[in-house]
Design a protein around this ligand. Structure first.
Ligand code: KIV
Length: 263
């Protein structure tokens, strides 16, 4: 069954929603085969695959290219494309045009944008034009320079109130789900109870309606330290390194290819 924005929204209060990032046809197909209902082509692509320090250098061409690749590997999951930095911030018209490109050119089903109540006008315009939207508040990596680092947000009561107002405005504007990143678990639970759309947490505790993780973090692929909120369900980095070293040794020793690998 193909997942749609309406079906994802209807899962609130019925069952928790798993979301995982993917960046190409192979990772998309693996996520889809696990029956995970939402695959996020995150702009975390910048760090996980393209070797950047932040998400800021990622552009539309790269996101369109990788979203299209994920779409070729996915049959059932909803394909959620992250709108990259400066593809929607300058104007509603630019946001609308670029979001449309994800659906027209890359077969995305929906887009995700970062930011609070000041994004309401854009969300309304997208939804009015048939583009399903997921919001993203709390730690918003595209604002990392302004935030001064990857820190937990919403710790003071004033910040918590602002985040609640942001969440309400995003729901009101027509988003079908909302990502809550790195906020205190009590606040995430309060926001989740106040909204009728599902919240998807990352570093926001167990009280959200769903959880999202980055593909390479969950699989322990990078060999680099991961944030506290990550659970490594596998530790593939040493396994991959070992396989590569074994290949190199066998090539150097002349034992690969053996008869079984030879025509
Ligand atoms: O880019 C991304 O992977 C994300 C998730 C961390 C939510 O936005």
């Amino acid at each position: 069954m193909k997942w749609t924005a309406t079906k994802i929204k209807a899962l609130k209060g019925v069952r928790k929603i798993a979301m995982l990032t993917a960046y190409d046809a192979l990772s998309g197909a693996l996520v889809d085969a696990a029956d995970i209902p939402v695959v996020l082509v995150g702009d975390s692509l910048g760090m996980t695959v393209l070797g950047h320090e932040t998400t800021l250098p990622v552009g539309m061409d790269e996101m369109l290219h990788h979203t299209a690749a994920v779409a070729r590997g996915v049959e059932n999951a909803l394909i959620l494309a992250d709108m990259p930095f400066m593809s929607y911030q300058p104007s509603v018209a630019m946001g609308l045009e670029n979001a449309g490109r994800f659906l027209k050119e890359s077969h995305a089903d929906a887009v995700k944008i970062e930011g609070g109540m000041f994004r309401a006008e854009l969300i309304e315009a997208l939804v009015a034009n048939g583009i399903p939207v997921v919001g993203h508040i709390g730690l918003t990596p595209q604002s990392i320079k302004e935030m001064g680092g990857y820190k937990v947000q919403g710790k003071t009561s004033e910040q918590a109130r602002t985040l609640m107002d942001d969440a309400m405005a995003i729901e009101q504007a027509g988003a079908f789900a909302l990502v809550l990143e790195c906020i205190p678990p009590e606040l995430a639970e309060t926001i989740s109870s106040a909204l009728s759309i599902p919240t998807i947490g990352i570093g926001a505790g167990a009280g959200c309606d769903g959880q999202v993780l980055v593909f390479t973090d969950l699989l322990g692929m990078s060999g680099k330290p991961v944030p506290k909120f990550v659970k490594k369900y596998a530790d593939l980095n040493p396994i991959i390194s070992e396989a590569f070293s074994a290949f190199k040794s066998e090539v150097e020793a002349g034992s690969f290819p053996a008869d079984e690998q030879t025509y």
